[in-house]
Design a protein. Sequence first.
Length: 298
Amino acid sequence: MQKYLTPALALLLLPLLASPAAAQNKEHQQMEAELRMLQEQNQQLSLAFQQAMEAIKALNGRFDAAMEAMRKGFADEALATKNMAGDVGTIAERARDSDARLRSLTDEIKALQASVAALASNLAQGGNTTSALPTDPNALPTTAAPAVTIPAPTAAAPLPSTIGTSPSRMLQGAKGDYDRGDYTLAITGFDQVIRSYPDSEAAIEAYYWTGESLLYLNRNGDAITAFNQALQKGPRSQYASSAMFKRGVAQERQGDLAAARASYEQTVKQFPTSVDATLAQQRLSRQTPAATSTPARP
């Protein structure tokens, strides 16, 4: 009987043993379903991320294009401003040149007026004479009339030596002596320009070249005076920066380093773009000792 009970017991236990296996298989299937769901969600997230990255790239491209356009716009504006500044500088330079020519022409006209006035005065003085009235040789003799004394002609005043000479011609003549190295004669010529046309543009230039000539003659104190007069007459003239720098050179030669430094600093401050400002800055950096007594070309 035990022989028949064993198979029957096995048949009874078989469903009990199969039930946990079926449950385990169902749980495994559920896990696989959840895994597939996670994979699908991961794929969707990856796709969304790629789309977001593409959108960011496109946005970066538009941003770069906008920045490039802004940079190009700024560059074009800077170029236009630079060109405009150059045009303004050219116009200003031409205006200064025209102003200088007008001033020179005004000086020429004043010189011509002075020459005409001097000639008229000389002619008026030379023609101021009297003479006896003419007599009729056929007239009857009459009582003797008192003799008429004919005054001697009044000597006309001598014409000035500069008559008919314009300030620019006088200046060029003096500069010719300067270029030849005859600085004493050049100073005389420049002084003649200053005395004849004290309010002209030529006088300002004459003061400056007088200072240059005095530097060559090592007359530093007189050179400082001449440069100061040039600056006083024309503080914004074309020779102002050079006059200020050369004044510092003369002061440095005299050993007055404090005054020389002040002149160099003033040159750099008032005329920062000039060649004289560069030279003055070099002098400031070196602060060279005063020059020796041997005159050197400044």
